[in-house]
Design a protein around this ligand. Structure first.
Ligand SMILES: [Zn+2]
Length: 78
């Protein structure tokens, strides 16, 4: 059985649980008895990679802080 990591927002506890893959996305009970703990996705690195890529493309597209088109009156001052 695979080991999954869960996070309980009520007591802010992370814990691991052995579960069948078919139930990996079900809400889990944390060690303190709360039953709405959410699975912590192990694909976190992939998510942050995607977000970082978007941020990089937005930030790299314009040096201006007030627009995204690089063609406002403030852009020429940057
Ligand atoms: Zn809890």
């Amino acid at each position: 059985m695979p080991l999954y990591e869960y996070y309980c927002p009520r007591c802010e506890t992370r814990f691991e649980l052995l579960r069948p893959m078919s139930r990996s996305d079900d809400p889990a009970a944390c060690p303190n008895g709360h039953d709405r703990a959410q699975r912590v996705l192990s694909v976190f690195s992939a998510v942050s990679k995607g977000a970082g890529g978007e941020t990089a493309s937005i930030g790299g597209g314009s040096a201006c802080n007030t627009c995204t088109s690089s063609s406002c009156s403030t852009c020429s001052l940057v």
